[in-house]
Design a protein around this ligand. Structure first.
Ligand code: HEC
Length: 212
């Protein structure tokens, strides 16, 4: 940059900063949209089509980062979600750890930290089923996601409190908890080894038969 060019910005500086700050605002050059008129979200507006300041999003608009759930409440829809939905979250350590945090925060008050149905709330509230029992182990991921999203029976929906992504991570954590619980189950005793009966030659049989 030539020496002359370097001087030019300094010529403009006084414009920006020389007003007496204590009595009057600075001189604004090219304010653009800095001082646009503020409108309250729920106030009336003379310029929008429906007369409301806050405009409704066009039909079919999906907010950024929001994934619509194409299911309704109820057991049939839960079963359908179980058949159709796959867990979009990979089964990695970080996802399971995040799922554990969310589970402890939102689910363990009723279901208990290990999912046994012995949370603090369960002392006064209908005791929830164990999440590590056969029935819950057999529920597909999508159905568990649906239960969290819409609730089931007396269990309320957790869609407002837990992000969809975290609900899927809870499923990952739940599977890990179930696997740990199964590993603790007493194994059925292995059947005692019985020696295989010695093959009997047909001739010997005949002999026996003949002896009788
Ligand atoms: C307010 C207590 C409460 C909270 C909190 C709660 N649940 Fe439940 N949950 C229940 C009850 C009670 C049931 C049994 C509902 C029924 O079928 O009547 C249940 C059922 C379930 C079932 C079905 C189990 C089965 O074998 O059918 C799953 C899965 C489940 N809950 C997961 C969760 C998860 C995951 C969370 C955390 C996001 C959670 N719950 C939070 C009370 C709760």
């Amino acid at each position: 940059m030539s020496r002359k060019l370097r001087v030019i910005p300094f010529l403009f500086l006084p414009l920006a900063s020389c007003a007496d700050e204590s009595t009057e605002p600075n001189f604004e050059y090219m304010p653009d949209m800095v001082s646009s008129a503020a409108v309250e979200s729920f106030s009336a507006s003379a310029v929008t089509a429906d007369g409301r300041a806050m405009m409704a999003p066009p039909p079919g608009t999906v907010p950024r980062g929001y994934e619509p759930v194409h299911y309704g409440p109820g057991p049939e829809e839960a079963a359908r979600a179980g058949r159709e939905l796959a867990n979009p979250i990979p089964d990695v350590d970080a996802a399971r750890r995040r799922g554990e945090i969310a589970f402890r925060r939102w689910c363990s008050p009723c279901h208990g930290p290990e999912g046994l149905g012995d949370g603090l709330v369960a002392r006064k509230f209908p005791r929830p089923p164990s999440l590590v029992a056969d029935h819950a182990r057999g529920l597909p991921d999508g159905q568990i996601f649906h239960v969290m999203t819409f609730g089931q029976g007396v269990m309320p929906s957790y869609a407002q409190q837990v992000l969809a992504e975290d609900r899927w991570k809870i499923v990952r954590h739940l599977r890990q908890m179930q696997a740990a619980a199964v590993a603790l189950l007493p194994r059925p005793a292995a059947p005692a080894a019985t020696p295989a009966p010695a093959p009997v030659a047909p001739a010997a049989l005949n002999d026996k038969g003949a002896a009788r």
